[in-house]
Design a protein around this ligand. Structure first.
Ligand SMILES: Nc1ncnc2c1ncn2[C@@H]1O[C@H](COP(=O)(O)OP(=O)(O)OP(=O)(O)O)[C@@H](O)[C@H]1O
Ligand SMILES: O=c1ccn([C@@H]2O[C@H](COP(=O)(O)O)[C@@H](O)[C@H]2O)c(=O)[nH]1
Length: 219
């Protein structure tokens, strides 16, 4: 992985300005459907989708990565990888997308950041050093529904953490560490809260309604 850029210093200004990019954080418990709904949002709203979990899994597998074993352990235990690693991966992925696919003149690039921030310090660090977020989309789903979805996904996903024991740990981390992030953004009136128990297309209809009400329109 490239070494941290200047933006990793908390005294630096953000690497990207909100005039240049729109960042939407996409949160929800494990198995709430973030990845599934992200595909719809990419298709209709012109987002670039960045999944923090996918970036970490790719880094884990990258030959020569100094973080590979550490990431594997954190993921299997359902714990949150130290934020500098994740924020650096996200920030570098954003730079690469902007360089390779610059937005059309007069438009801002849109980034849907899936499964991040999972911890309050990550949220603060990202917004200070990478870019402030515009909105937080939150999929609200009970654990029994998420557990059934994840166990089913685990039959084919090959993921180290789609098993009963890791799922239980991920749920605990979500409640104890990630829900406070959602609560904090709620206080700032930045959260679009969507009930995610219905069929994929019904959840997507609610997602669209919620973000359109906040002024984010299809493109
Ligand atoms: N509304 C839905 N109804 C039924 N199954 C769903 C629904 N949404 C997603 N799924 C299925 O549930 C599983 C988990 O969905 P998905 O991978 O989108 O969740 P996620 O929130 O991204 O999970 P994680 O955070 O663990 O990566 C997938 O197998 C997906 O096909
Ligand atoms: O910001 C993040 C996001 C994810 N992780 C770790 O990855 C796994 C899997 O994440 P998914 O979003 O479900 O793909 C998660 O349980 C964490 O261990 C992280 O550390 N930081």
């Amino acid at each position: 992985m490239a070494p941290p850029t200047d933006s990793s210093s908390s005294s630096a200004s953000p690497r990207f300005s909100p005039e240049e990019v729109t960042v939407v954080f996409f949160l929800g418990g494990p198995g709430s459907g973030k990845g599934t709904q992200s595909a719809n949002l990419v298709r209709d709203y012109g987002f670039s989708h960045l999944s923090a979990g996918d970036l970490l899994r790719a880094e884990q597998l990258r030959e020569g990565s100094q973080y590979g074993q550490m990431i594997k352990t954190y993921i299997t235990e359902g714990k949150i990888v130290p934020m500098e690693v994740t924020v650096n991966l996200l920030s570098n992925a954003m730079r690469e997308i902007l360089d390779n696919h610059p937005p059309a003149p007069g438009t801002k690039a849109r980034f849907l950041i899936d499964g991040f921030p999972r911890k309050l310090d990550q949220a603060v660090f990202f917004e200070q050093t990478v870019c402030p977020s515009e909105l937080v989309l939150f999929l609200d789903c009970p654990e029994d529904v998420m557990e059934a979805r994840l166990l089913k996904r685990g039959e084919t996903s090959g993921r180290d953490d789609d098993n009963a024991e890791s799922i239980r740990k991920r749920f605990r981390t979500f409640v104890e560490t990630s829900m406070p992030v959602v609560d904090d953004f709620e206080k700032k009136d930045k959260v679009v809260n969507v009930k995610a128990t219905g069929r994929v297309e019904d959840v997507y209809a609610l997602v669209k309604e919620g973000i359109e009400a906040r002024g984010l329109h299809a493109r």
